[in-house]
Ligand binder design. Structure first.
Ligand SMILES: Nc1ncnc2c1ncn2[C@@H]1O[C@H](COP(=O)(O)OP(=O)(O)O)[C@@H](O)[C@H]1O
Ligand SMILES: [Mg+2]
Length: 255
C-alpha cells in the first residue's frame, strides 16, 4: 500500500487538509489527520466508531461544538479556512450534511429544500432555486412527496431530503457524515446508488462511513482514520482488496 498522494489522480485539488489536530478539553480526537478531495471525485474516510470521523468533518466545516478546538491546515479552493465563518464556507460551496439530519419536521419537503438555498436567496441570487429540478431528478420520491411534512418521511427519505437540501446550496464539495446510519440494508443500497449518481451533478463528495464495504465500492479514493490519525490511504478499489482492510473492516460486515 502506497501512502503516496500522487496516486490520488483526478481533477484539481478542491480540499486539502493536513496535520489536523482537534481536542475536546483534554481529549484528543484528531491527531494529524490528512486528506485531499479533487474535482469530480468521491473520497471516503472509513474508520471505527470514535475514530474522529465526525470531528474531522466538523473541523473542516468550522463547526466543532464549543468544547472543541482544532489546529492544522484546511485549504479550500486555494484558501486557508482557519478563521472563516461557517456561513462564508457555505457561500463558497463547502457543505456538510451532519449525522443528525436537522430537518424541519413540520415543514413540507419542498420548504425544507428551499431552506437549503436560503443563503443564496439572502445573497441576492435571483436563480437561487435553480437546483430544485436536478434535486427532484436525483430523488423522484421527494418530488412525489413535496407537499408532505418532512416528519412523515421514512428514514431513507429523510436522508434523501437532507442530501437534497444540501445540494440546493450548489456545493462544490459535499460532505456526508454517515448517510447510511440507522438505515435498513436495502435503503442503504439505494442511498449509495444516489451518492454514485452525485458524480453527474459535478459535485465532489467527501463521504464518512462506518459501512466500509459500501463506501469503498462507491468511492474513488479512500482514507482510513484510526484513533484520530490517517493511517492508510489509496484508491478505493485497492483498499477494498487490501488484506489488512479486509480483516479489520470487511470481514464481518453484513452489507
Ligand atoms: N462534543 C464532544 N465532547 C467531548 N468529546 C467528544 C465530543 N465529540 C466527540 N468526542 C470524542 O472524540 C472522539 C471522536 O469522536 P467522533 O469524531 O464523533 O468519532 P466518529 O465520528 O468516528 O465516531 C471520541 O473519543 C469521542 O468520544
Ligand atoms: Mg461520527
Amino acid at each position: 500500500m502506497s501512502a503516496n498522494a500522487a496516486n490520488n489522480n483526478g481533477g484539481e485539488i478542491l480540499l486539502d487538509v493536513s496535520n489536523l489536530h482537534a481536542h475536546y478539553g483534554k481529549v484528543e480526537a484528531l491527531h494529524g489527520a490528512r486528506l485531499q478531495v479533487r474535482a469530480g471525485q468521491i473520497v471516503t474516510v472509513i474508520g471505527p466508531n470514535g475514530a474522529g470521523k465526525s470531528t474531522l468533518l466538523n473541523a473542516i466545516m468550522g463547526a466543532l461544538p464549543t468544547s472543541g478546538t482544532a489546529s492544522g491546515k484546511v485549504n479550500y479552493l486555494g484558501q486557508e479556512l482557519a478563521s472563516m465563518e461557517v456561513e462564508d464556507r457555505v457561500a463558497r460551496g463547502l457543505c456538510l450534511v451532519p449525522e443528525k439530519r436537522e430537518l424541519f419536521a413540520t415543514m413540507s419537503v419542498e420548504d425544507n429544500l428551499q431552506l437549503g438555498a436560503y443563503k443564496r436567496k439572502k445573497n441576492g441570487e435571483a436563480n437561487y432555486m435553480d437546483q430544485l429540478e436536478s434535486v427532484y431528478d436525483l430523488f423522484p420520491r421527494l418530488l412525489e412527496r413535496r407537499r408532505q411534512a418532512a416528519g412523515t418521511l421514512s428514514g431513507g427519505e429523510r436522508q434523501m431530503l437532507a442530501v437534497g437540501r444540501a445540494l440546493m446550496s450548489k456545493p462544490r464539495v459535499l460532505m456526508l457524515d454517515e448517510p447510511s446510519l440507522g438505515l435498513a440494508p436495502l435503503i442503504t443500497k439505494e442511498i449509495f446508488h444516489i451518492i454514485s449518481d452525485l458524480r453527474k451533478t459535478g459535485v465532489a463528495t467527501l463521504l464518512i462511513e462506518q459501512n466500509a464495504r459500501a463506501a469503498l465500492q462507491v468511492a474513488d479514493y479512500a482514507y482510513v482514520l484510526e484513533m484520530g490519525e490517517s493511517v492508510m490511504e489509496g484508491p478505493a478499489a485497492e483498499l477494498a482488496t487490501n488484506k489488512q482492510i479486509v480483516e479489520s473492516y470487511l470481514g464481518f460486515s453484513k452489507h
